[in-house]
Design a protein around this ligand. Structure first.
Ligand code: HT7
Ligand code: ZN
Length: 890
């Protein structure tokens, strides 16, 4: 397949100033009339030929300046139009088939309504166009449809006209006052209802906000609306950015490939990230709705007003917008001063980065934050572009402080508003606003792989000096990453020193006249550098990479006692959590090695004691305690091994959970009782923290050999629950207890759950997912459970949320069962990738990625994975899946 390279970027030969689109919406065959005003780009390639992109379209007619124009040719990739003047009007009529469109890219039908998804290259499935982000135009859109079937007709911008048409049809005309790239175009038509709010923006202008859903979902829209209002206020306060439209709409759709889409003024959301009420949504769902609503809203400036020159620059908008949504969520948790509350969000984000992005960086799909090449751009909406990209943006803030970062953002908007630009333009704005040369920082965009920083320390008691030597390297990284690496990075390395009394030591670096502060951001720019602190009265304990100041792995040999000390005393809440994770990871990897060798397992009492202290420390917030008491995931642990052995990792982790459950049984029970609240449900950070800790206690109690307490408490909790967090946690605990107590322990609740929520698809997704992720036992393989569920009447491969809830949950969140020795998991995976490929290549390619790390497993598993990958490679059709499996096998 053709490889697209960043180095080949060339400006478009023509520019489009305006587009008038007219849609006659019919599910089987929609007619689109597209009238564009084009002119030759003085900086583009010369020639009188126009190459428009088009896919899955039927061409009806072409006219130049209102006259039929015969000099055109429709082909596999689009439409070539010849013999054109320097400026002209081109009218193209074409047809597409929304009802047949299972790819969910372009114009499609979901639950009888019309929706569009144009990022990255879906607009070319709607009409022939210069479908690339550096072509920005003004859009006018007229929608015509049957009024009874499609009473609501929406598009970007402002509604300027609407009215009746013959034969029960009607129309609506929308104008978007801002020029935009085609990927931000959207339309929605159907039977929808909205909640509305009118607010005044910072400068006093009235704004209409709407959240559109299917009628039966109206009772689940309040939280999305509140999140939108909070997002608007936050962007005004933190970045001085105001909503630029009179009207801002969010629409929910149940068939959607990703989370949501930031179309100008008409955001389209997966229902999963809009709908939430206490009965149907968990605390995590509430938090996700807030984060995604924020994310899409923040794109209005970072992505829409300033967009990407080409898709290699995707992180320009995505990394920056993820950073902004992370900051928004942290501020909503803890304001901008409560560091402990903010740390909860930071820990969650870093945990996801390390588990998924670090893995991506270690495999065949490793790529820089700004990739150099791709076959299918949809495969590059990755953890690296999004999450590592957000870490790169965060490092500017770490280097320059909040004020310096804001100065950089202000300059970025001043220079580039209304333009399609590059990651270099962003970096230069940050550099210039802060009077810094950030040339070296460019390597964060061009180098793949996870950097490692090795730390050596030396204390000289006679001189009262403490030397910290930092060495950066990439270790033994994947070939795909290795070939991008050219030199050392600028790594902001935040560090503190802790005295024997557990307090932070005031820091004074050699050459400074006095101590200042207790956390320093050291700038590591060389392969190796030594930083010497003076006036250090006793050998301190270093607290390294505070608040995870850079996306790197820190290598330092702490003893278990030192980790326990940091867990108890570090003033940096992130590093306090980190110490516990390091301690647990070390123990779990040792246990895994013993499990792999069939040796007996045991856990040191001092480790249990360290966890007991966190569990019983009422001075710590419940949310923090919960995070600190969750053991590193099986996937994360497997990645830390030279050769992953999922069965041994599972045995080790289960052993440690059981040991912590047994040794601290009384404490877990006490915590359960203490944090059980009565009264109405509130999705506040405080109440969420209490529920999280209580439900973690329940999960640990379910690990006991005789889980009688857990079953009793979980059944009572299930029956009494007034919210989904508690109900789902109770059901999960019953499913866990069922592994020892027998399947009957969970069956009544499982059946009740289905009956109760039969008409709530998002809740039924949870029902499928919980069963796919449950532990197996000697006489119960989860692949068999999944096989039965595939035949359940509520299962369908066509709905991505449903496919993810059952298939992805099993293949990516149940490693011990998925990686069964007999290869049954891989055979299932291959079958599903092939089946999905025929319907929806984007979703199929995501699933295909779950075997990409196959070379890192034990030889027997590796061989079976290779066979499955080869089977897929020989059968799939799409560019999407082909790119993934071919890179994996290369
Ligand atoms: N910018 C949006 C990306 C997106 C997308 C990309 C490919 C295929 C389908 C898609 N749906 C949404 C989402 C975001 O990052 O905000
Ligand atoms: Zn985004």
């Amino acid at each position: 397949p053709a490889v697209i390279r960043r180095a080949d970027y060339a400006q478009p030969a023509f520019l489009i100033d305006s587009v008038a689109l007219e849609f006659d919406l019919v599910p089987e065959r929609t007619i689109v009339k597209n009238t564009m005003r084009l002119r030759r780009n003085p900086d583009g390639a010369p020639g009188a030929r126009l190459e428009l992109m088009g896919e899955a379209l039927e061409l009806v007619s072409v006219a130049l300046n209102g006259v039929p124009h015969a000099e055109h040719r429709a082909h596999e990739h689009g439409l070539t139009v010849e013999n054109l003047p320097d400026a002209f009007e081109l009218t193209i009529v074409s047809a597409c088939q929304p009802a047949e469109n299972t790819t969910l890219s372009g114009l499609y039908v979901s639950s009888g309504n019309f929706f569009t998804q144009c990022e990255a290259e879906g607009f070319r499935r709607i009409t022939y166009f210069l479908d690339r982000p550096d072509v920005m135009a003004i859009y006018t859109v007229t929608l015509r449809a049957d009024k009874a079937a499609y009473p609501v007709l929406l598009s970007n911008g402002n509604l300027v006209e609407e009215g009746e048409l013959p034969d029960g049809r009607h129309f609506a005309k929308w104008e978007d006052p801002f020029k935009k790239p085609s990927y931000l175009f959207a339309l929605v038509a159907g039977k929808l209802v909205a909640i509305e709010e009118r607010i005044r923006s910072g400068s006093g202008k009235e704004k209409l906000l709407q959240v559109w859903v299917e009628p039966h979902d109206l009772d689940k829209t309040r939280h999305a609306m509140d999140s939108l209002i909070n997002s608007i206020r936050w962007d005004e306060a933190r970045f001085g950015l105001e909503l630029d439209l009179d009207r801002f709409m969010i629409v929910a759709v149940s068939d959607f490939n990703m989370g949501a889409m930031e179309n100008k003024g008409l955001n389209i959301f997966n229902t999963k990230y809009v709908l939430a009420n206490p009965e149907t949504a968990t605390d995590t769902d509430f938090a996700n709705v807030e984060a995604v609503v924020g994310h899409e809203y923040f794109h209005n400036w970072t992505g829409n007003r300033i967009t990407c020159r080409d898709w290699f620059q995707l992180s320009l908008k995505e990394g920056l917008t993820v950073f902004r949504d992370q900051e928004f969520s942290a501020d909503m948790q803890g304001g901008d001063t409560d560091e402990a509350a903010r740390a909860v969000k930071r820990i969650e984000d870093v945990r996801a980065l390390r588990q998924f992005q670090f893995a991506e960086d270690a495999g065949p799909m490793a790529h820089p934050v700004r990739p150099e090449s791709y076959v299918e751009i949809n495969n590059f909406y990755t953890m690296t572009v999004y999450e590592k990209g957000a870490e790169v943006v965060r490092m500017y803030q770490t280097l320059f402080g909040r004020d310096g970062f804001r100065r950089g953002m202000d300059l970025y908007f001043k220079r580039h508003d209304g333009q399609a630009v590059t990651c270099d333009d962003f970096r230069l704005a940050l550099a210039d606003a802060n009077g810094r040369d950030l040339t070296q920082f460019e390597r964060w965009y061009s180098q793949a792989g996870t950097p490692r920083v090795s730390v050596r320390t030396a204390y000289d008691s006679a001189q009262r000096r403490y030397a910290v030597t930092l060495t950066q390297h990439y270790g033994d990284c994947a070939p795909a990453a290795r070939e991008t690496q050219t030199g050392p990075l600028l790594i902001p390395f935040a560090l503190g020193l802790i005295g024997r009394d557990g307090r932070d030591v005031p820091l004074r670096l050699e050459g400074e006249t006095q101590a200042a502060g207790t956390t320093r951001v050291l700038e590591l720019t060389e392969a190796e550098q030594t930083f010497t602190f003076v006036d250090v009265a006793e050998a301190p304990l270093p607290s390294l990479l505070r608040n995870f100041s850079a996306p790197v792995v820190v290598e330092y040999d702490y003893t278990n006692d030192e980790l326990a000390f940091l867990l108890a005393h570090d003033s940096d809440p992130f590093n306090r959590w980190e110490a516990g994770q390091r301690l647990a990871t070390r123990e779990l990897l040792a246990l895994t090695a013993r499990a792999a060798a069939s040796e007996p397992l045991s856990l040191d009492d001092s480790v249990v004691a360290a966890f007991a202290r966190v569990l019983t420390d009422e001075s710590l917030s419940p949310a923090f305690r919960e995070l600190a008491l969750i053991l590193p995931s099986e996937a994360y642990l497997a990645e830390q091994m030279a050769e992953s052995n999922p069965a041994a990792v599972h045995a080790a982790r289960q052993f440690m959970r059981k040991r912590l459950a047994t040794a601290l049984r009384a404490e877990w029970l006490a915590v359960y009782e203490r944090h059980t609240a009565s009264g109405p449900y509130e999705p506040t950070p405080k109440a969420t923290g209490h529920r999280a800790l209580k439900n973690l206690a329940l999960a640990y109690l379910a690990e006991l050999d005789d889980p009688v307490d857990a079953i009793r408490l979980a059944n009572a909790q299930y029956d009494a629950a007034n919210n989904m967090t508690d109900r789902a946690a109770a059901l999960a605990a019953l499913l866990a207890a069922a592994t020892t107590a027998g399947a009957a322990a969970a069956q009544p609740a499982l059946d009740d759950f289905y009956r109760r929520f039969e008409n709530e698809p998002l809740v039924i997704d949870k029902w499928f997912a919980m069963q796919a992720m449950q532990r197996g036992s000697l006489d119960r393989r989860i692949i068999d459970v999944v096989g039965k569920l595939m035949a359940h009447p509520a299962f369908t491969l066509r709905n991505p949320n449903r496919a993810r809830s059952l298939i992805f949950s099993f293949c990516t969140h149940n490693p011990a069962q998925f990686h069964a020795e007999d290869g049954s998991g891989y055979a299932f995976w291959a079958e599903q990738v092939i089946a999905l490929d025929a319907l929806n290549p984007q979703v199929a390619a995501r699933l295909a990625r779950s075997l990409e790390l196959w070379r890192r497993y034990t030889p027997a598993l590796r061989e079976r994975m290779r066979e499955a990958l080869e089977r897929v490679a020989s059968q799939v059709k799409s560019r999407d899946v082909r790119e993934v499996v071919e890179k994996a096998l290369a």
